[in-house]
Design a protein around this ligand. Structure first.
Ligand SMILES: *Cc1c(COP(=O)(O)O)cnc(C)c1O
Length: 223
């Protein structure tokens, strides 16, 4: 991205998108002006990892932006964020599903969610293990979350140069996604791929890539 403008980076990335893959511009730490530059080029899906930042930007920026919450969600922030959020990618525990259901019901709203699966080798990364995921399916199949729409899975690969490892992690998630389709979960979205690995993620079947640095340049504060 040496010397290239945001517009050039955006057009180059759009040209790489496989058919059916959606691009979420990850705008955490970016200013309203930086977001509006991509908005003017037609981008409508933006991702934030903090609730307060998402709400502040949603209130200030055009109403047809679709805001994706991609970071950890605390149960005490669910009520505040629901009116603004288009898709929550980071559901990582049952308690959060229960609170989401209660608040969505209260608002009389259907809320779209992805379940975040732990696929990386790093323990530090968030996400559900296989048994926790299975428990959540059981809850959905039992009709416990009538106000939530289970749209798919999200995952983050390991932070490594080892392409074979990343491919194995993405492919494993894709298999679980396909198993969910066979099971009749009716989901359609597989959110995987960031600046460093979105090409691999698309090869492995991603339907939503979440790209920050490759669009906006390096972040001042690593998050
Ligand atoms: C920050 C972030 C991204 C984007 O990361 P880049 O490397 O800047 O593309 C994607 N997904 C999640 C969950 C993030 O927190």
């Amino acid at each position: 991205m040496n010397g290239s403008s945001a517009e050039e980076r955006y057009r180059a990335l759009r040209a790489q998108l496989r058919p059916g893959v959606g691009l979420i511009a990850v705008s955490k730490t970016r200013t309203a002006a930086e977001i509006m530059e991509l908005y003017a080029l037609g981008q409508r899906d933006f991702g934030e990892n903090r609730v307060q930042e998402l709400i502040a930007k949603a209130e200030q920026l055009p109403k047809d932006i679709r805001w994706h919450l991609i970071g950890q969600l605390q149960t005490n922030k669910v009520r505040a964020v629901l009116p603004y959020v288009h898709l929550i990618h980071s559901v990582d525990r049952e308690k959060l599903l229960d609170v989401l259901e209660a608040e969505a019901h209260r608002l009389g709203k259907k809320v779209d969610v992805l379940l975040e699966r732990h696929i990386a080798s790093e323990e530090s990364k968030a996400g559900l293990d296989a048994a926790e995921l299975e428990a959540m399916f059981t809850g959905f199949e039992a009709g416990r979350y009538p106000s939530l729409r289970l749209k798919g899975l999200m995952g983050m690969a390991s932070f490594t140069d080892n392409e074979a490892q990343i491919r194995a992690e993405f492919s494993g998630l894709k298999r679980e996604f396909d198993q969910g389709v066979e099971r009749g979960l009716g989901w359609t979205e597989l959110s995987m791929g960031m600046s460093s690995d979105y090409l691999l993620a698309m090869e492995c079947g991603s339907t939503l890539i979440r790209v920050g640095t490759a669009l906006f340049g390096p972040r001042a504060q690593p998050q």
